[in-house]
Design a binder for this molecule. Structure first.
Ligand SMILES: *Cc1c(COP(=O)(O)O)cnc(C)c1O
Length: 360
């Protein structure tokens, strides 16, 4: 790769934790690789770029992110090239670097130059490449994040920030199709809010409604627009698509709707679907339309798209206390084909004609 003028100091761990990991048992979000990338923003610039052993941060009690929530993150995955196991493949990382900066702008945080994101990621994965699993269905989950670090309780944007990247091996996120509930009481965001940005607070706002739904047996929520609760927006950590007869419908993201996170998996899936010659409609999708389609048998499929889940089939939709079962997963040939194509590209089995794969 091009060697950009990004100077990163590397301090290696003295003892790798790799021998403690059982790659056949890697639940999502539990294990972290040996190293992390860290950069600090102060005096108006990003500095002290470093890779250090994964360790705790030391924070002031008045760290502003803890009080006022200037905190954003990203999520992406690296895979072992199944045709060349020495090579690590990262899926569309530049898109995550760009989206991080969209989130940063909305939260009044400094943008991070893409070269720093990419060089930090490259050097980190190069160093921890043994952490990329080669077991079926697993990957290395990558979590870049940025938060405000001023030790100051006054209400204003922080002047200092930390950006870091941590990674960890992870198996499949959902082991079976999910049951979702159409949420009509609570909202995670609203027009003019922060829904399009990947900000920590959006998740905080979603925890209570998700917990209440879990008590009723649902795995996830289907968020609806905050003003009327008539239109489906997205799910907790994934955008959603519906197949009505032979047409795929999905809600638009920015710049059309600012309440929906622009999923990179969604964009990839839409391109694959179009390549397969399917009709795709990006438009508002009403709850009534989906319920009617589920009842009259024209709803052939529904699934979520997101890095963590890749493609997650929806088993049932709960609406106003009524539970609608969707067709059996075995019958859903379109989403199965899309998933196979997407995973094939991600794992080096299918040629990457779109420039989505970054190689290390
Ligand atoms: C991260 C996220 C997604 C999925 O986006 P990908 O880029 O595909 O990983 C969807 N919805 C929300 C709310 C998210 O935070």
């Amino acid at each position: 790769m091009q060697d950009l003028a990004v100077d990163i100091k590397i301090t290696q761990t003295e003892q790798s934790r790799l021998p403690q990991i059982d790659f056949n048992d890697i639940p999502f979000g539990k294990h972290y690789s040996d190293h992390m990338f860290v950069a600090d923003y102060k005096d108006g610039k990003w500095q002290d770029l470093r890779i250090v052993p994964y360790s705790d941060f030391s924070l002031s009690p008045t760290t502003s992110a803890l009080h006022y929530g200037q905190a954003i993150f990203e999520g992406l995955k690296a895979f072992r090239n199944e045709k060349n196991p020495k090579e690590v493949l990262v899926f569309r990382p530049e898109d995550n670097a760009l989206r991080l900066n969209e989130s940063a702008k909305r939260m009044c945080m400094p943008e991070l130059p893409t070269e720093i994101f990419m060089q930090g990621l490259h050097k980190l994965l190069d160093l921890d490449r043994k952490w990329v699993p080669d077991t079926q269905g697993s990957s290395l989950y990558i979590r870049p994040f940025m938060f405000a670090t001023d030790a100051f309780l006054g209400m204003r944007p922080s002047n200092t920030y930390t950006f870091a990247i941590v990674t960890g091996p992870a198996g499949v996120y959902y082991s079976k199709p999910v049951n979702v509930k159409v949420e009509k009481e609570y909202s995670r965001t609203c027009a003019g809010g922060t829904g399009f940005a990947k900000v920590a607070g959006n998740y905080a706002a979603s925890l209570l409604p998700a917990k209440l739904a879990a008590e009723q047996g649902y795995d996830q929520l289907l968020w609806t627009d905050s003003s009327e609760h008539k239109y489906i927006e997205e799910s907790g950590t994934m955008n959603v698509m519906f197949q009505i007869n032979d047409t795929i419908v999905t809600a638009p993201t920015v710049p059309v709707e600012d309440t929906i996170l622009r999923s990179i998996t969604r964009l990839s899936v839409l391109e694959i679907l179009e390549g397969m010659g399917l009709k795709v409609e990006e438009r508002r999708v009403s709850v009534a339309e989906i319920i009617e389609a589920a009842k009259n048998g024209t709803l052939k499929d529904a699934f979520g798209t997101g890095t963590a889940v890749t493609i997650a089939p929806i088993a049932s939709i709960g609406n106003d206390g009524e539970k609608l079962e969707l067709p059996p997963v075995e019958s859903r040939t379109v989403s199965a084909k899309v998933k196979e194509t997407l995973q094939g590209i991600q794992r080096g089995l299918i040629e990457d004609t779109k420039g989505w794969v970054y190689r290390i």
